[in-house]
Design a protein around this ligand. Structure first.
Ligand code: UDX
Length: 458
């Protein structure tokens, strides 16, 4: 009986899942982690991907890859610096190539039959394609639930006059969306705010029309937001994160990781280092970059700083840094282009993470019990930072511009004062919850079981 049940399950699991990640680092990582998780549950995996930021198949010999033409030329009208235009253009230019790819994959009878597509929420055009081919479509939203609810509230925020944001520094509360203030609303500085509204509307509508919604988050972290989400979105909801805690996944980094980060950390005292990274997209002005450099130096704490090429507007890499800057710090500073971030955050020498609060970085910091200093740049980062500093209270926010004095002060608050100790206690407590939720009986473990059963029935 037992064996028969098992073989029936195997039969159901002998199915192929198609994944379509948004081609940005912060979206590719969780999508490929999810693919790994579902592969470990018995599904075959095909990753449909664009030429832009295409993943390296050799890191995933257990997956198959299907390249589609994204229609973006090198000097495309959607500049990589204008992220909203890029996402808008992808939602148009990918329609035909994606449709062709889906038809080809569905017609191919040589492999396991296809159960469904799992699409990034932002690639909302995939709904119409899947519908025309009668293929179930699940959505992965790679950000947090709380920021997603703020996006879903855009029509209300427009109606009430909060949007377009008139004063991006306003600390007035948005009473419809506590604990957010006007300055925390998930917008981006752009001369075409209506483009953002249309993109968000597409994401929300087509998520509502999907067969289910998967989250790289967990019940204990975003409980109240998940309650609200379930009221407003009448589709199956699967919070199964933190993805990377299910098992250690292979890296999907687009830039080479500099492992001198780890050998340098090995030489530092426990909990002494500030790890600084603003993720894969955010860029800062040269004058802010210099304030960051001098603020770190003035704090006298050792720091590991990711300065991605392209981080500083108008510079290739470190040219704006004064000559001899690092040398003058007697080994207290180490700068790399890209770090193995999960390993860095897990390193005992790291005492705080100065972050832009992309959702992956936020979750990774919580998972390693590392207090945050929050400097969000745009969209969901603004909401995440507010939750980190005022809801979970596992970090402090550095607000209203960067100056070396303020930077020095905020680092001291986190690294030396009682406030920092309390923040650390709270983040360690959340870390424990993150560890437990992926264990048998834990909320994400159980939710993953439901997801596997659900997909198996397609
Ligand atoms: C983007 C958006 O900016 C963010 O708002 C959204 O939540 C996700 O997409 P990004 O800026 O790349 O994300 O930040 P984040 O979500 O933190 O993702 C960055 C990923 O790159 C993380 O998984 C992090 O571990 C990894 N990383 C970053 C490295 O491995 N090394 C580095 O040096 C920096």
């Amino acid at each position: 009986m037992e064996n028969r049940g098992e073989s029936q399950l195997q039969e159901r699991l002998g199915r192929r899942l198609l994944f379509f990640p948004l081609p940005l680092q912060g979206h590719i990582n969780p999508m490929l982690q999810l693919a790994n998780i579902l592969h470990s549950k018995g599904f075959s995996i095909t990753i449909v991907h664009t030429k832009l930021n295409s993943p390296n198949p050799s890191n995933y010999p257990h997956f198959t890859f299907f390249l589609i033409d994204d229609g973006l030329s090198e000097n495309s009208e959607a500049s990589r610096n204008d992220i909203i235009s890029l996402l808008t253009v992808l939602n148009v230019k990918c329609i035909e190539p994606f449709k062709q790819a889906m038809s080809e994959l569905l017609a191919d009878s040589s492999g396991d039959p296809i159960a469904c597509l799992i699409s990034d929420a932002i690639l909302h055009f995939t709904t119409a394609v899947c519908k025309s081919l009668n293929l179930p479509r699940l959505v992965l939203r790679t950000g947090g639930v709380s920021s997603f609810l703020a996006f879903a509230a855009f029509p209300l925020l427009l109606e009430k006059g909060y949007l377009p944001v008139q004063d991006a520094k306003s600390a007035e509360p948005v009473k419809e969306l506590p604990p957010l203030r006007i300055k925390d609303l998930p917008v981006i500085t752009t001369s075409h705010p209506e483009k953002l509204y249309r993109l968000v509307e597409g994401m929300i509508q087509e998520t509502k029309a999907s067969s289910g919604l998967i989250w790289n988050s967990f019940e204990e972290l975003e409980e109240s937001s998940l309650v609200k989400l379930r009221q407003d979105f009448q589709i199956p909801i699967f919070p199964i994160g933190p993805f990377h805690k299910h098992f250690a996944a292979s890296s999907s980094n687009l830039l080479a990781e500099d492992h001198s980060s780890i050998s340098w950390l090995d030489k530092q005292a426990p909990n002494s280092v500030i790890y600084v990274s603003f993720g894969s997209i955010a860029a800062i002005e040269e004058k802010d970059f210099l304030e960051v450099a001098w603020g770190l130096a003035k704090s006298r704490h050792p720091f590991l700083w990711v300065v991605r090429p392209g981080l500083i507007h108008g510079a290739e890499w470190l040219e704006p840094l004064p000559e001899g800057f690092l040398e003058s710090l007697d080994g207290k500073g180490h700068i790399v282009k890209w770090a193995p971030q999960l390993e860095v955050l897990a390193h005992p020498s790291v005492g705080a993470f100065w972050t832009h609060n992309g959702w992956n970085s936020t979750l990774e910091s919580i998972c390693e019990g590392v207090p945050m200093i929050c400097t969000p740049c745009f969209t969901d980062q603004l909401v995440n930072a507010r939750y980190v500093s005022h809801f979970w209270k596992v970090g402090v926010q550095l607000e209203n511009g960067l100056s070396r004095e303020k930077i020095e002060m905020v680092i001291k608050r986190v690294m030396e004062e009682k406030e920092g100790e309390e923040v650390r206690e709270r983040v360690v407590h959340l870390q424990e919850k993150a560890n437990l939720c992926v264990q048998p009986g834990g909320s994400s473990y159980e939710s993953l079981k439901s997801l596997v059963n659900y997909i198996s029935l397609f």
